[in-house]
Structures are given as C-alpha cells and as structure tokens.
Write a protein that binds this ligand. Structure first.
Ligand code: HPA
Ligand code: ZN
Length: 352
C-alpha cells in the first residue's frame, strides 16, 4: 500500500466529515435509474400520463423497506416505468449529476439498464440521447466528466443481452463498457460468457456485479469467465481467503456500496459492514451510492455514515478517495491530475 503524503494522525476524526465533503472523488457504481427520487417519479408520471400503484410520494417512500435485493428490484423497475421520452432520461440524469457535483464528484461512471426501457417499447436511442444530453451539460456547466456503462439484466437470457448489444452498437461512441446487474442468486456470470466475450472483442471495458448476495464463486467466475476488470459490490469475497489474496495481489477494484448493503440486508447494520477488513487486506475498495434515491443518500452520505460508524481514520479516507480514481476508466493524464488534487486536499487538512 502506498504511504500517504501527510501524517494521518494530524487529521482528527472530527475533521473527516469536512474532508469528505471537500475532497474530489470518482463515483463508479451508480445506477442512473436508482437516482430517480420519488418526487421526480410522480412528476414524470403526471407529465407522461403513467399511473402508479402508489397514492402519493409519501406512500411510495414508505414502500422503501427492503428485505433483500429482489424486494428492492421489484420497486425499482416499477419506478422506472415513468421514463418514456428523451427529456425524462435527461431530467433524471441531470438531477443526479447536480447532486454528484454538490458532493465533489469529479468523475462518474454511470450504469444504465436499457432492457428495462426497451421492454416497454422505448427505443434505445431515446435512452442514449437523453442520458447523453445531461452528461454533456455536466461536462460543460459543472466540469464533471462522465462515462456510461450499459448493464445487461442477468435475470433475462443471454440471447436478450445479445439483442440489446446489437441495438446499442449504432451508439457505440456513447458508452465505454458493459456491466451485469439485477437478481444475482441463481444467475451466475457463466450465463453471459459468450456475450461478454463478444463485448471484449469490441474493445468495451467489462465489469459485473458479483458477491453482493451471490457466493464468492461468482466473483471468481466474473474474473475468469467474463474477464471483468472490476467487481461491483464483491463484499462476499471475505468468505474466501484465497480469493481476497488474489483480489489484493491483482488490485482488482471492488465498488462497495455501504448504505445499499445495509438497506438490502447484506449486513444487519452499518456497524457490521466489513469495509475496514477489505481495506486492511490491501484491496482497492471504493465507496459508492448504488441507488441513492432508494438507499438513503448520495455518495457523501455513504462516506459520512461509514466514518461515523466504523473504525476508519484519515489514512483510510485517503486510500478510498485515491482508489476511486485508481479504479476508474479515465485516461492516465486525468488520473494523475485527480490523484494530485486528492493529495492536495489531504495535505491542506493535515496542515490546518
Ligand atoms: N444489485 C443488482 N442489481 C441492481 C442493483 C444492485 O445493487 N441496483 C440496481 N440494479
Ligand atoms: Zn449496483
């Protein structure tokens, strides 16, 4: 592990909330459909004449009591049903990007689920153009860089994923990579071996959700069969010591989502979250919001809750902020620039 360019003991725990707020960071695990706040769901439902099975914003929010991943996904897909037109996708993404900017996110790699929309008759071009307009506006007005990662829904067939890839290829310059999300249990990475091999040939970056609810073996097959470069979640790697050593040795990043893990009952409470063990094992773990509108907060809320609850110090904070840029798919010049900005921020706090 790299040594910090400052003395972590000079930054007390009480300073960590201000440091988290001030420090530039990358967010690498955010489902844009999971940033749809209940207020926007209702506004879009009204604008588009879509009826919702909830009487009010409050009634919808009250339904956000999840027992596992599937109980969340059922509500998350229902919420996305209000997205029909380019402007809807643009409004959703712009709302997220403004919140991310307020959290000092300098770069965001954003997941989207085209099959959720094409299955309802929405053309994939509508999705690309709407999200693309918001991302372009964020670059121009906020100085926030973005990249889109197209996720295949793993509860659907590999044939459906291939068909989605075909529809997406005319928009190849609009996305940098491929992910795999939705119901993990019973849908191992191997199910998508051929389509991921094709995406690799096309030069797309590859990531996959694995080891959130699924076993450590799914993390191994995501690496060995799908040949992904990052694991989304991955927290269940801790059940396999050899796998932890491999992830540390190869610096395979894990995009960890603490509030999500508590809301979806991967851990009963934040105090039981095992992020510290991941960091202390030398893993390139990062902190992300996953589905911020559903799980109680955006990326800085995740940082604030882990620092309030877990035995983490300024050295860990520095590692997490650095890891977010180390694990990102930005070019080397941008990476060096962002890493220098992180170091500057920590040096400033250590000198205060
Ligand atoms: N896991 C799997 N699929 C998802 C998630 C998640 O946390 N969020 C949105 N789709
Ligand atoms: Zn996710």
């Amino acid at each position: 592990m790299t040594t910090p360019p400052f003395d972590p003991a000079r930054i007390p725990r009480e300073a960590l909330p201000a440091l988290v707020q001030a420090c530039p960071k990358a967010e690498l695990h955010i489902h844009i459909e999971g940033s749809l706040e209940p207020e926007l769901i209702f506004a879009l439902a009204q604008r588009n004449g879509v009826s919702l099975p909830y009487a009010s914003v409050e009634a919808l929010r009250a339904a956000y009591a999840f027992t596992d991943l599937q109980s969340f996904l059922d509500i998350y897909y229902a919420g996305a049903s209000v997205l029909l037109h380019e402007r809807d996708f643009e409004d959703m993404a712009w709302a997220y990007l403004q919140r991310a900017h307020a959290d000092h996110v300098a770069h965001a790699e954003i997941f989207f689920d085209p099959q959720t929309h094409t299955a309802r008759g929405v053309d994939i071009g509508v999705v690309f153009r709407g999200l693309g307009a918001a991302c372009e506006r964020a670059r121009r007005e906020l100085g926030l860089s973005t990249a889109l990662i197209l996720c295949f829904l793993r509860h659907l067939s590999e044939e459906d994923a291939f068909a989605t890839l075909e529809q997406a290829l005319p928009y190849r310059e609009h996305f940098i990579g491929i992910g795999l999300d939705s119901s993990e249990r019973g849908h191992p990475p191997e199910k998508f071996a051929r389509v991921f091999a094709r995406c690799r040939e096309l030069g797309l970056r590859l990531v996959a959700h694995a080891g959130e609810e699924g076993p450590p073996a799914y993390i191994e097959s995501a690496l060995d069969v799908l040949r992904v470069e990052r694991i989304d979640h991955g927290v269940r790697c801790l059940e396999d010591a050899a796998l932890v050593r491999r992830l540390a040795r190869d610096r395979v990043p894990l995009t960890v989502c603490p509030l999500s893990n508590v809301k979806l009952c991967v851990y009963p409470q934040m105090a039981q979250h095992r992020l510290v063990e991941l960091l202390d094992a030398g893993l390139c773990a990062t902190v992300n919001s996953d589905d911020p509108a559903y799980f109680g907060g955006y990326v800085n809320r995740n940082f604030l809750e882990i620092f309030a609850t877990l035995p983490l110090d300024a050295g860990h904070a520095w590692q997490l902020m650095r890891n977010s840029f180390e694990a990102s798919f930005i070019d080397e010049a941008a990476r060096a620039r962002h890493l220098a900005a992180v170091d500057d921020c920590f040096r400033r706090f250590a000198a205060a």
